[in-house]
Design a protein around this ligand. Structure first.
Ligand code: ADP
Length: 369
């Protein structure tokens, strides 16, 4: 008697799997690897679940079929192994699949107007007709709910393609999620380390951001765990660094830029924004008073060969706009509104230039920290 695999398969095709009524071969339960050594035969039967209630009876029936249809001489006893179907490794879903450009807004130190610039840039981009989302990841001082006048918004869950997602708040054409929606201001400072990083990942991955041209992320000042989480979670198109012209701010901005441009992180820096570049009384816009020194941001940009994206004056209305939740960028008739629109146009130009000339950013894989 010469045994060969097809003979075994023919015998096994006489056995039905009770769960579906199909035979074991058409049910694709017989592993390809059938071993024959003289009259000894061994193979595996594959079950969907390791606790399938039919396992015992099917193995017994397979044994009997071989002995009956081939020969009682075949040595099959105890040679049928049971395998559970290999779960295909789940393809990790791409985060933010319909988002074209992800921009991190960062600063070396706090209080330089980073959040103000991020909010007004978002509003200005939206008024140019772009689809814009803004994530307030400034865990230590989430200010976006106030700046967008949505302090009372409580983002609800909505089902998207069978998945529960967080619906962002929306105002002035900008979709917004903030850590501030989930935690009291007084508690925000306690959200250190892992807790903050997890919250951030959730707002990115489970926010229903939909399709966006620009997704801005307002980062905490300095370099923190949040920065590292971000570059490991998302492929950032580019970073914008906000500074004031003061020496202390410039020194910190330099550190921020070198973090993004460093070998480990390697996120292109789209440019620098010099905020509080000069003081202008609203009624005398031609008068410029350089309170924090003249053109420090401009000089730093030249020195580091990064574009200067904009210079924003100190104007009372910028501060008031933040406090009342009406960003000045809503009004293009003013000097301040105009300054943010010029900034938005420069950002668009730099992003387009970056996308044409540089390969897409890769997510950072940091194994040792
Ligand atoms: P950061 O995010 O860097 O900590 P904020 O955006 O919260 O800074 O700004 C700090 C304060 O400075 C806020 O009260 C804001 O309204 C005010 N501010 C920011 N930029 C300007 C500006 N160009 N003119 C006037 N006030 C400004």
């Amino acid at each position: 008697m010469t045994l060969y695999p097809q003979l075994i398969l023919d015998a096994l095709s006489k056995v039905r799997y009770p769960g579906t009524g199909k035979d074991l071969v058409s049910q694709e339960m017989v592993d390809d690897d059938i071993r024959i050594d003289g009259n000894k035969v061994s193979f595996s039967l594959i079950f969907d679940k390791p606790n399938d209630p039919f396992i015992k009876s099917v193995v017994k029936a397979a044994e009997t079929a071989i002995l009956t249809y081939i020969s009682p001489e075949v040595d099959i006893k105890g040679n049928i192994q049971v395998k559970a179907k290999q779960q295909l490794p789940q393809q990790p879903e791409k985060l933010l699949p319909d988002v074209k450009n992800i921009i991190a807004v960062s600063s070396g130190k706090g209080g330089v107007g980073k959040s103000t610039v991020a909010a007004n840039l978002a509003v200005a981009l939206a008024s140019l007709g772009y689809k814009v989302g803004l994530l307030d990841a400034d865990i230590f001082g989430p200010s976006m709910p106030k700046m967008f006048h949505v302090e009372d918004a409580r983002p609800y869950m909505e089902e998207v393609n069978g998945k529960e997602m967080i619906a962002p708040a929306e105002n002035y054409g900008v979709k917004l999620l903030s850590i501030g929606f989930f935690v009291n201001k007084e508690d925000a400072v306690l959200w250190r380390g892992g807790m903050a990083s997890n919250a951030l990942k959730q707002l990115i991955g489970e926010g229903n951001w939909g399709s966006l041209d620009y997704f801005l992320i307002d980062l905490p000042p300095g370099t923190s765990d949040i920065h590292l989480t971000l570059v490991q979670t998302l492929a950032i198109t580019g970073a914008i660094i906000v500074t004031t012209p003061q020496e202390v701010a410039l020194a910190d901005a330099r550190k921020g830029i070198s973090m993004f441009m460093g070998e480990k992180v390697n996120v292109p820096v789209l440019g620098l924004v010099e905020n509080m570049a000069w003081f202008t009384p609203a009624e005398l816009p031609e008068n410029k008073y350089y309170l924090f020194g003249k053109e420090g941001g401009k000089r730093l940009a030249e020195e580091l060969h990064v574009p200067l994206l904009g210079q924003i004056p100190i104007v009372q209305s910028i501060c008031e706009g933040g406090d009342t939740g009406t960003p000045v960028a809503l009004n293009t008739d003013t000097v301040t509104g105009q300054a943010f629109h010029t900034l938005a146009e420069n950002v668009v130009k730099q992003v387009n230039y970056r996308n044409e000339h540089l390969a897409p950013t890769k997510k950072v894989n940091i194994t040792h920290r």
